[in-house]
Design a protein around this ligand. Structure first.
Ligand SMILES: Nc1ncnc2c1ncn2[C@@H]1O[C@H](COP(=O)(O)OP(=O)(O)O)[C@@H](O)[C@H]1O
Ligand SMILES: [Mg+2]
Length: 565
């Protein structure tokens, strides 16, 4: 809140003015101003006008201070919401991939939007009321005390003072309940968002497998659960006001009883009852605030667990300046596990710059995992990976990843123009370079035939393009990036024969003079690799050129025969 401290302090001061003008001002009008008009038969016109303007003056002070307070507090709340949401988003950009295996997008969306929103509204209410209400209470209590001293019967005050502790009980009770209920409600919002995002991400599958009813049931179950939790929050929120009002009414009842017995005049009595109500009003609002703060704290806890999530893959303290890397990669004693079960164990390999290495092996053997460790998408459990002799852990992440291009089976495009999607490969490239990359990727022909050429929007995740077209844009990105290390993970697996022919040609140009890690299952492309690394159950059990492996390895033979047949 430091950047908005002046606004915040001003808001608080305005709140004090509001409290004083309400707590002292209204009883003053009722007790001292109005009687002057009704009790005096002779009153000067100037005095009358003066008396009549006092309520307006008090209202102006109240109005101005209330406006200033509310507006500035709204300003501070929005400022906080904005900064906090940006921090959550920034955190999400830097979290390691392993985090996203455990936390689903819906839950994260809920934390970035709904939890920050909850915190904002509770902060706004907090700042609006936290001084306004206590000062109103003090002002009203002062008026009440004065009334009692003047009338020298202290009993009114006693009734009031006795009733306050009774109000604290429901306030504390509902506050505690609300915190855990709000936590659960927010969690359910995460479930709901998750449900929706997953559903929208699978529109085709749902129709293809006729899952509409299953999805509908799942969504309505989730929503009904959300409603249940929401109603619990509401219940504890709204139970408070009636409880305090009952206590207040009881106080008034006692006052009535006392007034009748002691023959208190009407004007004194009305002023006292109004002042009493002015005392209860702040207690009611403070009680509600207490609840709101507990709701906000539930949101804050959820945001904080995200913000405090450790980032174990980050820039080292004293990064090595890598300059331009050639691409000699060495794995020393690498072991890795996503969760408990090890996926790679004791991998020792070196790859020479400029050569093409095909990773071959049964699916689930750990080929993708092996490739994922090079850009540090995941951190190896033991062992080191070096590029040109420099440990990748001592490089800046940007420097490391700048030297690696990845083309995967299912490339993701941004909802932007074709041109900008290629530009992702190298944002500093000029138009000629982008067009050249598209040409090298055999993408120029189809792009020019699109409605708006390079300016065509590709749709969410590239839905308006075919798989082969998306793949060629991904390859154009790699051409533009021109990094010395190239990872091709099943880049041609999802393609039809026609696209594959184009893409094979594009890839042949792309892989020149690069260290290439080629994960493929078509032996037509594997055969051309300089060397083949044969994976099985998380180990590299053999390596060598195609002919040698084919002669020596049973596993390789069976993989080859399976496909060729
Ligand atoms: N994100 C992940 N979380 C947990 N386990 C994973 C994850 N990705 C892959 N695995 C597991 O790791 C093993 C190796 O997977 P992977 O490297 O993708 O194999 P390949 O690419 O050789 O088919 C598999 O048993 C797979 O189930
Ligand atoms: Mg794989």
């Amino acid at each position: 809140m430091r950047p908005v401290l002046p606004q915040f302090i001003l808001a608080v001061i305005a709140g004090i003015f509001y409290g004083i003008s309400t707590g002292l001002g209204i009883p003053t009008v009722v007790k001292w101003i109005y009687p002057k008009i009704f009790d005096n038969d002779t009153i000067q016109l100037s005095t009358l006008i003066l008396i009549c303007t006092i309520p307006t003056l008090i209202a102006i002070i109240r109005g101005l201070s209330s406006f200033t307070n509310s507006y500035l507090v709204g300003y501070c709340g929005q400022f906080l919401l904005c900064k906090l949401s940006i921090r959550v988003f920034e955190k999400i950009q830097n979290l390691p991939l392993a985090f996203f295996n455990k936390n689903r997008p819906g839950e994260l969306i809920a934390r970035a939007t709904s939890d920050t929103g909850l915190l904002q509204t509770s902060l706004v209410e907090f700042a609006q009321e936290i001084l306004k209400q206590p000062t109103t209470l003090i002002g009203a209590a002062a008026s009440l005390t004065y009334l009692c001293i003047e009338r020298s019967d202290i009993a009114f005050l006693l009734i009031f003072i006795l009733a306050i502790p009774i109000c604290i009980v429901p306030i504390r009770f509902t506050g505690k309940k609300l915190r855990s209920k709000a936590w659960k409600m927010q969690h359910q919002i995460g479930e709901l968002t998750q449900n929706l995002t997953q559903n929208l991400g699978a529109v085709r599958e749902i129709r293809a497998f006729c899952l509409e009813n299953r999805e509908l049931k799942r969504y309505s179950d989730t929503f009904e659960e959300f409603s249940r939790r929401f109603l619990k929050v509401i219940k504890y929120n709204v139970i408070l006001t009636p409880m305090i009002e009952v206590v207040a009414a009881f106080g008034v009842g006692m006052a009535l009883f006392y007034a009748f017995q002691n023959r208190i005049p009407a004007d004194d009595f009305i002023a006292t009852v109004i002042t009493l109500y002015l005392c209860y009003e702040p207690i009611k609002k403070l009680g509600r605030l207490h609840n709101k703060v507990h709701e906000g704290l539930a949101g804050l806890e959820r945001i904080e667990t995200l913000l405090n999530e450790p980032i174990d893959i980050q820039d080292p303290e004293n990064p090595v300046d890598v300059g331009t890397l050639q691409g000699n990669i060495t794995f020393t004693d690498i072991s890795f596990a996503y969760e408990a079960t090890p996926v790679l164990h004791g991998v020792n390999e070196s790859l020479q710059a400029g050569k093409t290495y095909a990773l071959v092996g049964p699916s689930g053997a750990g080929k993708t995992t092996f490739a994922n460790l090079i850009p540090r998408f995941y951190e190896a459990c033991t062992g080191d990976i070096t590029i040109d002799g420099i440990n990748i852990r001592s490089m800046r992440l940007h420097d490391l990843r700048h030297h690696i291009s990845i083309v995967s089976q299912d490339p993701v495009l941004f909802n932007d123009t074709v041109y900008n999607n290629i530009l992702v490969g190298n944002p500093d490239a000029d138009k000629a370079e982008v067009l050249n990359a598209a040409k090298n990727a055999y993408a120029d022909r189809f792009i020019e035939e699109l409605e708006d050429g390079y300016e065509t929007m590709v749709g969410e995740r590239g839905t308006r393009l075919s798989g082969g077209q998306k793949q060629r844009i991904a390859i154009a990105r790699a051409f533009l990036k021109n990094a010395p290390i190239l990872i091709l993970d099943e880049a041609t697996s999802a393609l039809d024969a026609n696209s594959e022919r184009f893409i094979q040609q594009a890839l042949e140009t792309l892989i020149r003079n690069k260290t290439v890690i080629l994960i493929a299952h078509r032996f037509s492309s594997i055969k051309h690799a300089d060397e083949i690394l044969l994976f099985d159950k998380g180990k590299i059990i053999d390596r060598g050129p195609h002919e040698v492996l084919f002669a020596n390895s049973e596993l390789y033979q069976s993989l080859y025969k399976n496909q060729v047949q």
